[in-house]
Design a protein around this ligand. Sequence first.
Ligand SMILES: [Zn+2]
Length: 434
Amino acid sequence: MIWNEIESASRKDIENLQLKRLKETVKRVFTLTPFYTDKFNEMNLKVSDIKNLDDIRKLPFTTKKDLRANYPFGLFTVPMSEVVRVHSSSGTTGKPTVVGYTKADMDVWDEVMARVFTMAGASKEDIVHNGYGYGLFTGGLGFHNGAEKIGATIIPASGGMTDRQLMLMRDFGATILAATPTFSLHMAEVAKRVGDDYLKDYKLKAGIFGAEPTSAGLKQEVKDAWGIDYHEVYGLSEIIGPGVASSCKESDLLHVFEDHFLFEIIDSETGEAMPDGERGELVITSLTKEALPLLRYRTGDITSITKEPCKCGRTLQRMESIVGRADDMLIISGVNVYPSQIEHVIAHTKGVTLNYQIIVDKKGHLDKLEIHVEVTDDIMSDSLGEMAIIKKNIQGALLNYLYINANVVLVQPRSIARSEGKAVRIIDKRKENV
Ligand SMILES: [Zn+2]
């Protein structure tokens, strides 16, 4: 079943709609956002310069830095009285990326998430177990509203408490699982410990997975562990949250909801457009957002797109799973972390130096983060009590500001391996194991 007929509209109809909405969005941000007004004026660009879809390349890029520089609500195009919801991503010392939604934005979000569920074969007959975290993170509530929109029964389990979640999934007869792939694997592993037949007690038929980069191997592991269909969802809070694209039953590629989000693939070094089928950085322009419309948002995600027809009948173009990041962002248990954010925390801690090493590994199916930090010379000679306090301070700051659990290991001065005079910053053992 296809939720909305636009998903199978002709290319011409989709592109006409995109152009109409692009013009409206350009006019909106130029008129209502000083940030864009200034950019247009600097570039000597007029709203009327956008005559066709290719003219999008004349528009300025928007970056995460721009969102942070206009923290918290500087890029909103509506007064706060029109904003009904705010979400935010992790950030250092009170400077997260903040996004807002009007009532109409919420309707669009519910709509695209309804498409995601329908694509995964879900309907009002289904019971959806939602293991995405509820809160400022867009995952939990995004899935929640989409499931309600199609009339399914939603179980708002949120993250954590694996044993309890397994019990609820079994007892309530969940048929659809929404969670990160790693958490789903972890749940399967815990369930298996009870006994080989235990997994047969579940009624799951499909899962909708996202918020983490996913290798083909990991997908297969999740499919095998639960014996279910695997559907992937792509999204990011800056654009709307989950629900920017998702996969159908026919292939691993993800259909892009092009009537709301305009995709470009560019060479991240030169900014030039890449042809269909070739990999580059994904850049997204929102076409219907009211509270926070963004022009040419640099996602930093590396992928490719194709307009090849799909057997499911949808004509929406498709993207491949994200293959990497244009920068060095780490994704730890679904939370985006930049090494610079960790560095920021270390820099604000007394008794340690900026010689540190981030080691990411897997314990079972869960990501494990260890951070080695060299202490200053005078600390090393001091009491163990002081060391314990420093460790606690860093771990507490990482949890409070970046929402990550890390094991901080304080090491002797000059003990971390150097490469060309600098400490080797990141060791991602997960990559070595792929
Ligand atoms: Zn399809």
